[in-house]
Structure formats: structure tokens, C-alpha cells
Design a protein around this ligand. Structure first.
Ligand code: GLA
Length: 683
């Protein structure tokens, strides 16, 4: 059967009768509806199964019908031959006499029949600048544990849309673990329920409908987000690797390409720049070996609402035309200046949002999400609100305004898509009064519609998902984007933890990691330049500073570091990740990326753009303790019999590390010390 046993076979619907003798119905359900006539149960019968090929993937569909009501459910399960992940989702439709109310409509709702004395759950939690903290607990007998995301746009903060459920003890290398991740950028709920005797464990994942029931009209189809499932009998590390491989191969638009070393202008200039500031930055990043320049916030808006040095973040969102006072020669000129230096050009936008102080809000006050009888709750800058993406007219306008901007930059290569406000005024003038709770789901569908339109028109443009940092860190957005801005916190010490957390589910190539100034702008921490580079090299490395603030010797260091990064980039961005030592348990963190091409590990032949990286790369990242720290690592990513030589890169003063078999030993010399090693197989 597989396709993870057709996504674990069942789908728990409210009201199904449990086997005879129990005199009970399914109460903890993934699907719950109130029929048009008020009845509340579902009695679904399997009607048939079909299997089809979809571009090399296998898709199985299972159709169910209610015994008495014209209510249908179709479950889909998609699997691939080159990775162990499966996707599953559900379509719901009916032809009852009036609308049906969906109280729950999970993507996945099954009993997982794996006997285990204990069941545990791992998830990611956090907030602005503290994303992706690893959070773990046990699910005791008779308990339901629910993980629920924040409301609306920055959904990944409170609880990221992914989790790992372990059956029995588990660690990086051992244990039975089910990974579940929702492809959804809106509100999500994931639940694990254990029966009173611990013999049965049920797992649910889907859109969070505690924001109100979804009203579904006859003949319309409600499609749940896709859930991605991964099963591993070899611990959490394998779950992560399978998620990474699936995302690169089957989800991200440019997942198999190498992602560029870029400089993003934000921390280097904030809102304060002229054309010269930006061309100076281009000179700097070019000199250091960078490949792209990205212009962040502050380039748009006009007149009293210009997004300038004075107004900062209080004005202009929604007014997508260049501020000609600030940039008289326009964006095309800047892109040409970048091209003259051999750099690609990217641009920041925040299309879901509007400021009350903008020409768009004056023209269309009815396009802002708001509840009619309540005063507006205002976000960033005291003026920021969310646009009503349930309304196609709003999406058309944003598409057409931004499309004009993009057309003025023929060489546009990258968009940073930001989103800096939650849905805190959950009301739509577009949706009828009795459909207001539909807002949460319909908003995200509207967002994907717009992202898909941009993608279809400019498929070569890479997109970064940003929502005040890692608020859009989810597989739903990654169908349209190639990376996320991992966190606004660019302090490398904090990043060791944030990136460790993000790596549980998301691949290194999707993690934007930038070298910034010291002291760090968010935490004021001072760290060595080498440490800042080494931490950023664990993902898609870039810069977020003004290069003129670096001293000549630092520029020289940066040049070597960028060149070293380019050498290891295919292995880091496309290889298999082995997490060797957790920063939660050690005074350091250690990561190993393995290029599968020569059979060093279990990896794929992933060397984007045809470039080949080293056989393996190992990062050892010290934390903040003061003394010397002996480090002894078991390089679990190496085959047992592998014979390798080791060399340290990006080091003025090497650590003198020793490799014996799979054991790597070195001594870290104090706070924020770090080392990067390249392994070459010699057998
Ligand atoms: C958010 C993003 C930052 C930057 C600013 C610009 O905070 O996360 O990277 O783009 O907005 O206003």
C-alpha cells in the first residue's frame, strides 16, 4: 500500500459510529460539519480509490460519501520515488439544500498504529527576533496536546506549522518519529491525542477553525492545505533530511539551484539613503565577492506619504511607485548600476499591507480589514493595517501596481516579500455578514492566488518570504519562495539557536543568514567577524551592513570568506544535514553537511547549477562561555568505513583538529570561537 500506508489509511470524521459494542461516536475528529438541516454527524462510506501518475509522482485518491446526506470527501495522497515524504490533503463538497458549516476540516486526521510506552512532541515556538525555539513535551495517557499558530499573517511565530511526534524515545539518530508539516501560511492547529490506556494515538493537522466555522455553499469545494508527512525509524535527523530533500526537489521553485550571496540594504542604511548610498553598497558587496544587491524598505510612496527618512514606517504602504525625490533616476537605473558591476538586483515589497497614511487607504478605505463597529487596532508605526485579500479587486490592484514597478526593472532577479502585521481587525466588507469567519481561510487562499500570478509572470524571479523575520517560515509560502528571512535577530549567537530550530524542518538553502555589524543592532552583542561569517555560512549566506563600515583588513577577511563559502555552497545548500551537537545541550553547536555524490553519506546527487561541493563540511560554533572547550564529535554523516582527510577553512589561526575514523577532536578557545572543516574522501 504505502504512500505512507495511504497516509495512514483513515480520516476521523465527527459522528462516525465506533465499532459495535462501544455505543460511541468519533468525537475527536478531523472533520466536523453542521449539515444544512442542522444535523451534526457524518457517516462516511468509502466509494472508491483511484491511482494516477502526476509528472512522475503517484497520486492516490480515496472518495467517501455520507450514507444519507449529499456530502462528499476526497482524500489525496501524493508520493515520490526519490524521497520518503508524502503529501496528503482533502476536498470537501456537498449539494445540500443550503450552506454547510465546517467546524473542522483537517488535512490529516488518523490513528497512528505504533505501539509505544511514551509519545512525545517536538515543535517550534517563538516571537519577533526569537524564532524557532525547540519545544518538547510528552503526551500522557488520556491527554490531548494542541499546537496552535498565531492568528493570521505572522503565523509561524507562536507555533510553527510543523511538528515531530515520537513513538518511544528518540534522538537525532534513533527512534520512531512522524514528521507532520502543513503547507499553510494562515492559522494552523495540530493535535495529538492518546487514549486512556495509551494504546491508541491520534494525530490531527489542519487549518485552525477556532476563529469560527467555515460556511460552504452547495457545489463549492473546500480544499484543505496539504500536509507533508515523513516517517523515520532512525530518529529526528532523518525526518529533517527527508523534509529538506522533498522541499528542494518538489516544492521550492528554484530548490535545486544555488542561491546567491547577496547584500540586503536594511541594516546598512535603514530608511536613510540616496542613490549614492546604494551604489556605494553595490561597490562594497562586489568587492567582497557578492552576487546580488537587494534594496530594502524606503524606496516608494509620494508627497506627504513618501516612505522617507522623516516618515519612516508610518506612511506609504500600498503606494507602489518609486519615490522620485529620493531616487530621481528610478529603480531601472539602480538595477543597471548593479548589472554594470556584475550584480543581480532585488527589491523589498510588502504587498499584503497598507498604512492609514497612504494614498491607497484614502482612495479605498473599504479595502482595509476591519470590523465595522470597532475602532481600528493599528500596527507598526501606529498606522499599519492588513489589506482585504479575500477581495479579488484588491489583489488585482496590487498585482497591477507592482507589475508596473517590476516592469521598470527588466533585470529584476529577486523579491523580498515582507508582512509586518497580524490580522487584528478580523472583518471584511467584501464578505457577507454570515461569512465573516471565512476570512481567515479565504485570506490565505487570496495570498496564494496573488503569489501564483506573480510567479507565473516572472518564473525566474526568486522570492524571499519575510514577515518581520521568520513569521512566514512555512512550506505553504515556500511553494512560491526560495527562502525565508530566518529572523530580524542577526546576532550570530542567537542565530545558532534559531537556525538549529529552523533546520528541524526547513532546508539550509531556504534559510537566509546575513553577516551584520558588531555590536549587533538588535542585541548590542559584540562578536568576531569570523564567528559572524561561520554562523551565516550554515545557510544561504549574505550581508546586511554598509561595507564602508568595515575596515580594510575586515574587507580582506570577507573576500576570503565569501570565496570559501562559494566553494562549500553546493554541499551546504544541497547536501544532507547531520546535526552533531545541540546548542541546547552543549556549550557549542555542531553541524555537518554531506554531499552524497561520492557516497560519503546517504545523500542525493545534489549539487545545484552543476557545481560540485566538497564531500562534507563540518561547522563547530562555540557559544558564550569563557574557558577553553575540548570538543569531540562523532561524524554521523560519514559512512562507517569512510577514509577522509580534513582541512580547516576560513581560519587565520587553525585549531589543529584531529580526525580518527569518524571522530573529530578540537579545542575551542573561548567565547564565540568557531571552526569550519572541509572533508575530502581519500579512499
Ligand atoms: C521587517 C523585516 C526587515 C526589514 C524591515 C523593513 O522588519 O523583517 O528585514 O525589511 O521590515 O521595514
Amino acid at each position: 500500500m504505502s504512500g505512507l500506508e495511504i497516509a495512514l489509511a483513515g480520516y476521523l470524521a465527527f459522528g462516525q459510529l465506533l465499532p459495535q459494542g462501544q455505543h460511541e461516536i468519533v468525537k475527536h475528529a478531523g472533520l466536523q460539519a453542521i449539515h444544512a438541516d442542522g444535523a451534526v454527524t457524518l457517516r462516511l462510506r468509502e466509494e472508491g480509490k483511484a491511482v494516477r501518475d502526476e509528472n512522475g509522482a503517484t497520486v492516490t485518491t480515496v472518495r467517501y460519501k455520507d450514507e444519507r446526506y449529499p456530502f462528499e470527501v476526497t482524500r489525496h495522497v501524493k508520493s515520490w520515488s526519490d524521497c520518503d515524504a508524502v503529501e496528503t490533503w482533502v476536498e470537501i463538497k456537498h449539494s445540500e439544500d443550503g450552506p454547510v458549516k465546517l467546524l473542522r476540516a483537517d488535512s490529516f486526521a488518523s490513528a497512528v498504529d505504533v505501539p509505544a510506552k511514551e509519545v512525545g512532541v517536538l515543535s517550534l515556538t517563538g516571537k519577533w527576533a526569537r524564532e524557532a525555539n525547540v519545544s518538547e513535551s510528552k503526551v500522557a495517557n488520556g491527554q490531548i496536546v494542541e499546537l496552535a499558530s498565531k492568528a493570521g499573517t505572522r503565523n509561524a511565530w507562536e507555533s510553527n506549522a510543523a511538528m515531530m511526534v515520537s513513538f518511544g524515545p528518540s534522538d537525532e539518530e534513533s527512534g520512531q518519529v512522524l514528521g507532520v508539516a502543513l503547507e499553510w501560511t494562515g492559522t494552523t492547529s495540530r493535535r495529538i491525542r492518546r487514549s486512556w490506556d495509551g494504546k491508541r494515538t491520534e494525530v490531527f493537522a489542519g487549518v485552525d477553525m477556532t476563529t469560527g466555522p467555515y460556511t460552504l455553499d452547495p457545489g463549492k469545494v473546500f480544499t484543505t492545505p496539504r500536509a507533508v508527512l515523513v516517517w523515520s525509524a532512525k530518529g529526528r535527523g532523518e525526518v529533517s533530511r527527508q523534509f529538506h530533500r522533498w522541499a528542494r526537489n518538489h516544492l521550492m521553485p528554484h530548490g535545486r539551484e544555488l542561491h546567491p550571496v547577496l547584500l540586503n540594504s536594511w541594516e546598512g542604511s535603514y530608511f536613510s539613503f540616496t542613490e549614492k548610498t546604494l551604489t556605494d553598497m553595490m561597490d562594497g558587496v562586489k568587492e567582497m565577492g557578492g552576487e546580488m544587491f537587494v534594496l530594502d524598505d524606503g524606496w516608494f510612496g509620494r508627497g506627504k506619504y513618501a516612505r522617507d527618512d522623516k516618515n519612516q514606517d508610518k506612511t506609504g504602504l500600498g503606494d507602489w511607485y518609486v519615490n522620485e525625490e529620493k531616487l530621481p533616476r528610478g529603480l531601472g537605473y539602480l538595477a543597471d548600476e548593479a548589472a554594470r558591476r556584475g550584480l543581480k538586483f532585488g527589491l523589498w515589497v510588502e504587498p499584503e499591507m497598507v498604512n492609514t497614511r497612504s494614498w491607497l487607504a484614502e482612495e479605498h478605505p473599504e479595502w482595509l480589514l476591519r470590523e465595522e463597529k470597532r475602532p481600528l487596532a493599528l500596527g507598526r508605526g501606529g498606522t499599519q493595517l492588513v489589506l482585504d485579500y479575500t477581495n479579488p479587486a484588491v489583489r488585482d490592484r496590487i498585482f497591477s501596481d507592482l507589475d508596473k514597478v517590476y516592469s521598470s526593472i527588466p533585470s529584476l532577479a529577486y523579491i523580498k516579500w515582507d508582512s509586518n502585521q497580524n490580522i487584528v481587525n478580523p472583518g471584511s466588507t467584501f464578505l457577507p455578514a454570515d461569512r465573516q469567519p471565512n476570512l481567515w481561510y479565504d485570506y490565505t487562499i487570496g495570498l496564494y492566488d496573488l503569489l501564483a500570478r506573480f510567479q507565473a509572470k516572472r518564473p525566474h524571479v526568486m522570492v524571499q518570504a519575510c514577515a518581520s523575520g521568520g513569521g512566514h517560515m512555512d512550506f505553504g509560502f515556500l511553494r512560491y519562495a526560495d527562502e525565508f528571512w530566518t529572523s530580524d535577530d542577526t546576532d550570530p549567537y542567537m542565530r545558532v539557536f534559531i537556525q538549529w530550530g529552523a533546520s528541524q524542518f526547513y532546508p539550509a538553502c531556504a534559510m537566509a543568514c546575513h553577516v551584520t555589524a558588531s555590536p549587533n543592532h538588535q542585541t548590542k552583542r559584540e562578536t568576531p567577524l569570523k564567528y559572524r561569517f561561520d554562523v551565516a555560512m550554515c545557510g544561504r549566506m549574505g550581508f546586511e551592513l554598509h561595507p564602508k563600515d568595515l575596515k580594510p583588513d575586515e574587507i580582506e577577511f570577507a573576500k576570503r570568506a565569501v570565496s570559501d563559502y562559494k566553494r562549500i555552497r553546493p554541499t551546504v545548500q544541497q547536501g544532507d544535514l547531520y546535526r552533531l551537537a545541540s546548542p541546547y545541550e552543549n556549550p557549542y553547536s555542531a553541524l555537518m553537511y554531506v554531499n552524497g555524490e561520492r557516497g560519503t553519506g546517504n545523500g542525493e546527487r545534489g549539487t545545484g547549477n552543476g557545481e560540485r561541493g566538497p564531500d562534507a563540511v563540518v561547522f563547530v560554533l562555540g557559544l558564550k562561555d569563557n574557558g577553553e572547550k575540548p570538543v569531540s564529535l562523532n561524524l554521523t554523516g560519514l559512512a562507517e568505513n569512510a577514509n577522509c582527510k580534513i582541512s580547516e577553512i576560513n581560519a587565520a589561526d587553525p585549531h589543529g583538529a584531529a580526525l580518527e575514523g569518524r571522530n573529530l577532536r578540537l579545542t575551542l578557545r573561548g567565547p564565540y570561537d568557531s571552526a569550519v572543516f572541509v572533508l575530502t574522501r581519500i579512499d
